[in-house]
Design a protein around this ligand. Structure first.
Ligand code: DQA
Length: 144
């Protein structure tokens, strides 16, 4: 069985999951979410996890995915709403990518109701808490 190499990328403040506004983002830490995700897809995918609070570091990591992974799932955090540069990095690599968010960004403040990054992704999944990551990997697999 061939296992697909996939990257799961998390942007700013997601290192504080579990502590951070649990009413919005739940009680699970990012480490737990990542471990559960790898377990769930153990037979299909080998996941590489990356988190950074720095826009440029996220862009560097996306570039480094070229030739190494066949798909990406990204929760860009607030950079979803601001970062043309992350959007362009995903487009530049042409690696299939799914954007995910824990919260339903369309049910929140106006400034969250647009994603710049989504236009370089296959699609966007949001509002399902930690399950958004799982749905993201499931959505990605048929495209790689
Ligand atoms: C988030 C939604 C963003 O608007 C916010 O800035 C985050 C978390 C989510 O997963 O729901 O940092 O990406």
């Amino acid at each position: 069985v061939i296992k697909h190499a996939l990257a799961v990328i998390n942007g700013p403040n997601l290192n504080l999951l579990g502590l951070r506004e649990p009413h919005l983002y739940g009680n699970k830490t990012l480490a737990i979410i990542c471990a559960d995700l790898q377990q769930e897809f153990i037979s299909q995918a080998e996941l590489t996890f990356f988190q950074s609070n720095h826009e440029g570091a996220i862009i560097d990591f996306i570039h480094a995915c070229l030739g190494k992974v066949s798909g990406m799932v990204i929760n860009p955090g607030a950079y979803a709403h601001t970062s043309i540069a992350i959007r362009d990095a995903i487009a530049a690599t042409a690696i299939p990518c799914v954007e995910v968010h824990l919260s339903n960004i369309f049910a929140r403040e106006n400034f969250r109701q647009e994603s710049i990054v989504a236009s370089s992704c296959l699609g966007l999944i949001c509002g399902f808490g930690a399950q958004s990551y799982s749905l993201g990997v499931r959505a990605l697999l048929p495209h790689i």
